[in-house]
Design a protein around this ligand. Structure first.
Ligand code: ADP
Length: 396
């Protein structure tokens, strides 16, 4: 059968194991010889025990586990041709010409480069006598398929990335816990959530936790944010106008007074009898000059201006951990199966795809198109073109 390998690369996320399991079992079902590649691209470059036979039973009892059981890594070697040459040798040697990469946009960019270079890598291996001319002929085309595993939902081209839903579960559990203590002591809590360059986690968290304010990277507050801060409703408006597929948003969460100042809003909430305030700060929150706004910065404002008892909670890696949600398990299963089908139907001329969620359908989208769109958001943010950043982020 055809040689098929699966690897996970970049940051881990809950649901990657469901995807790995689906790839392995669909591959076996379709008659492939299936391999795990451990530790991401590093395992592909290093070869040896990092590339292992996978069978039906070897993916039993992993669907409920967070992270990735086959390991993930960042790999400097794979960024160089020399590293990719070693990787190509390790694949050809085992007859692997189908590769499923589960990772972020960096990992998928690397996979695409590898595929484009493949025949020249094989030429070089043949010239050096590392592989035979028959091998070069037989394994002349590398097919790749991608899936995006990321808790940030930071990839343009899919409604949801694998792991985002589970991360939201972790966040909301933590906030629910915080809220009960904040209520008791009339405190303000500032919660830092992940989302280095992507506002999805903070915005959705804001909606489902009744937060008072959200700071998210694509839509920084005005310069005078300490006085005239955009509150969560701006973020929610952003969410509503940019991401038609948000399923978490209540029907009509958008009042007209979204320009109200932070301190005014907090003070007003308290005097109206609210016993706590929650402010969500993305780890990548920035001002309009691109300068970071940290949880500490926000705390300083609230304490100095309102003298509110204010605490910070940084959720950190808890968000990546724990069991995947039902949604992420199903998402991983469906995407994994679809990725293998895409590989089996691929021809030498076909464009490599990333498997995406569109509404309720697992669909195939040209990989580089999605990567380019994701890069365009980063570019717009780097150029401080916030309107464009929000617009591009929204066109999934
Ligand atoms: P993510 O996949 O989550 O975006 P990274 O950007 O760190 O994470 O990429 C993960 C790995 O993918 C890198 O460590 C590197 O091995 C590989 N990679 C990323 N970008 C490239 C590239 N342009 N060329 C080759 N390999 C790349």
């Amino acid at each position: 059968g055809k040689g098929l390998a699966v690897l996970t690369s970049g940051g881990d996320s809950q649901g990657m194991n469901a995807a790995v399991r689906a790839v392995v079992r669909m591959g076996i079902y379709l008659g492939c010889k299936v391999y795990f590649i451990r530790e991401g691209y590093q395992g592909m470059v290093d070869g040896g025990d990092n590339i292992q036979d996978a069978n039906w039973a070897s993916v039993s009892s992993i669907i409920h586990r967070g992270g990735t059981v086959i390991g993930s890594a960042r790999c400097a070697d794979f960024r160089k041709r020399e590293g990719r040459l070693k990787a190509a040798y390790n694949l050809v040697n085992r007859g692997i010409t189908n590769l499923v990469v589960i990772g972020g946009d960096g990992s998928l960019t690397g996979a695409n480069l590898f595929r484009l270079e493949w025949s020249s890598l094989l030429d070089e291996l043949a010239q050096n006598g590392k592989i035979t001319p028959e091998q070069k002929q037989k394994y002349g085309v590398l097919h790749i398929a991608g899936m995006v595993g990321s808790i940030d939902n930071d990839f343009c081209g899919t409604d949801m990335t694998i792991g985002t839903d589970s991360a939201l579960h972790r966040i909301i559990e933590a906030i629910d816990a915080i809220v009960s203590t904040a209520y008791s002591h009339q405190r303000t809590f500032i919660m830092e959530v992940m989302g280095r360059h992507c506002g999805y986690l903070p915005v959705v968290t804001g909606v489902i936790s009744e937060a008072d304010y959200v700071f998210c990277p694509e839509s920084p507050p005005p310069y005078d944010w300490p006085e005239k801060l955009c509150n969560n409703y701006l973020a929610v408006v952003t969410a509503l106008t940019s991401e038609a597929d948000y399923v978490f948003i209540p029907e009509d969460p958008v009042p007209n007074d979204w320009q109200i100042s932070l301190c005014e809003k907090l003070a007003q909430e308290r005097s109206a009898g609210q016993r706590l305030n929650i402010i969500i700060v993305a780890e990548g929150a920035i001002d309009r000059d691109g300068k970071p706004i940290t949880a500490e910065d926000v705390k300083k404002v609230v304490v100095e201006k309102l003298q509110q008892d204010t605490r910070i909670t940084v959720l950190g890696h808890v968000q990546r951990g724990g069991n995947p949600s039902a949604f992420d398990r199903v998402l991983g299963c469906r995407m994994g199966a679809e990725a293998v089908l895409a590989l089996m139907e691929a021809t030498p001329d076909s464009v490599p795809c990333v498997v995406s969620l569109d509404g309720n359908q697992a669909i195939r989208v040209p990989l580089m198109e999605c990567v380019e769109r994701t890069k365009a958001v980063a570019q717009a943010m780097a150029e401080k073109n916030w309107e464009l950043a929000v617009k591009l982020r929204g066109t999934s």
